[in-house]
Design a protein. Structure first.
Length: 202
């Protein structure tokens, strides 16, 4: 498996102009942190793997995201991680290079994330929730939009039943279609970053 993946080059080239310097810088830092990391594409986003997923990056219309696959298991001495997100949203919304932590700090975190895989440390599986809402269905309009964004869909499927219900209830309680559509766009953005509905209050 090659260290670099031409699909990542294509992904960056197709991204918004503001995001390209951020993605290029993140890509360089990842490879500076370890020569063993290899690039691939998963859920339509660039991933960096070594003995499993280590970190990933993504570009959206107005921001970029970078995160660690096992963010919840990592030490965070510099308080840079959103512990509610274990995927692309670990560093929050990135709109400029200045939004990134110092290079040395980010390299340390990347190396720490690699060590979790090397040492075989795995996240505990989420306990299965059993209640009367266990078969609750996602509304078709919501599911259709999730299907259009593999990253959002993957993150949403990782949420607990109660976390999914919070989003669905919020959408279904909208009194007008305009409000519902506005909430839907916000929900998809947050979910793409691995954020639960009430992430601001956690």
């Amino acid at each position: 498996m090659e260290k670099f993946d031409k699909r990542v080059d294509q992904y960056i080239a197709k991204s918004a102009e503001f995001s390209q310097p951020i993605l290029i810088h993140l890509r360089d830092l990842v490879h500076k942190a370890s020569a063993d990391l290899k690039e691939t594409m998963k859920w339509s986003s660039p991933f960096f793997d070594y003995e499993g997923p280590v970190c990933q990056m993504a570009a959206f219309k107005q921001h970029c995201a970078f995160g660690f696959w096992k963010s919840a298991l990592m030490d965070d001495p510099h308080q840079i991680l959103n512990q509610q997100a274990d995927t692309a949203g670990s560093l929050g919304r990135l709109m400029n290079l200045s939004d990134l932590p110092d290079d040395e700090i980010l390299i340390q975190y990347i190396q720490q994330a690699i060590s979790l895989n090397v040492n075989g440390i795995k996240a505990s599986p989420r306990p299965k929730v059993k209640n009367e809402h266990e078969t609750m269905e996602t509304p078709a309009y919501f599911q259709d939009r999730l299907n259009e964004s593999p990253l959002s869909k993957a993150n949403f499927e990782k949420f607990s039943l109660s976390q999914k219900k919070e989003y669905i209830t919020w959408l279904e309680e909208a009194k007008t279609e305009v409000t519902r559509n506005r909430r839907l766009e916000t929900a998809l953005e947050w979910i793409s970053e691995g954020k639960i509905r009430n992430w601001k209050y956690t």
